[in-house]
Design a protein around this ligand. Sequence first.
Ligand code: PAF
Length: 294
Amino acid sequence: MEIINRRQRMSSVARKVRREQDQTIGLVPTMGALHEGHLSLVREARRMCDIVVVSVFVNPTQFGPSEDFSNYPRDLTKDTALLTDYNVDFIFAPTVEEIYPKNFSTYVTVEGLSEQLEGVARPGHFRGVATVVAILFNLIRPDFAFFGQKDAQQAVIVRRMVRDLAFDAEIVVMPTVREESGLALSSRNAYLNDEERHAASVIYRALKRAKEAHKGGERSGSRIAGIVRATIETEPRARIDYISVADADTLERLEKMDDRAILVSIAVTIGDTRLIDNTILNRAKQKEAVTTQV
Ligand code: PAF
């Protein structure tokens, strides 16, 4: 396994792998602080691709001014040790200057999808995500890139960007990995104390209730949202930011649910930690490889 810090080295290694060795490249983009959720992506990349690249880059452009960019957990030594066990070929761990050279001024905005849900509380977040993913795709030219269903809106936006800008990468979205309590794994769970972590399991219970209601024949978006809300409100530590019942590809909010894939997504703050989670209803209707475990 080689750790690469320079963008030029990364692109020349990737070019060589593609051209001279005719091997497929799988990219797992991360911000480090790796947990089982990331490792499930790495495992799938290892299974599907000849060469696996994991990028570890805490991307400043996707953090708002009052967000946790400087405190975001960083431990490349630990991440490297974990990835060694997974037989990863390259870790790309560039500096901020390497990704955003002096006078950087070109951004990618996926309009319409980026301003809603997470985009309301985090303006500019998805512009930062789309921009860094586009840079990584251009440097590495992966055949496949792996993302988690937990960040459902991110996955939808990356898919749209790939389609609109004709990137030659296939996006693979892997199921959310959960703790035994149902809490979705996230690097931000590290901010929860024991009581908050326990309280946070209400999110999964709420999503399960939505799924059960849908299975039982409920087809009203607002009633499904109401079921989620009522469950979350049983937990006094939880403050709801949003509950959305929407088309899983366009994120258009739905009142009357038909048989298309539907994304039920929620953002909840527990203590000082904002958590997001989601489930898909009518999962079979969603495009290939997009799955969730809830
Ligand atoms: O999901 C993440 O960790 C980040 O948003 C990503 C995709 C690595 C871009 O910085």
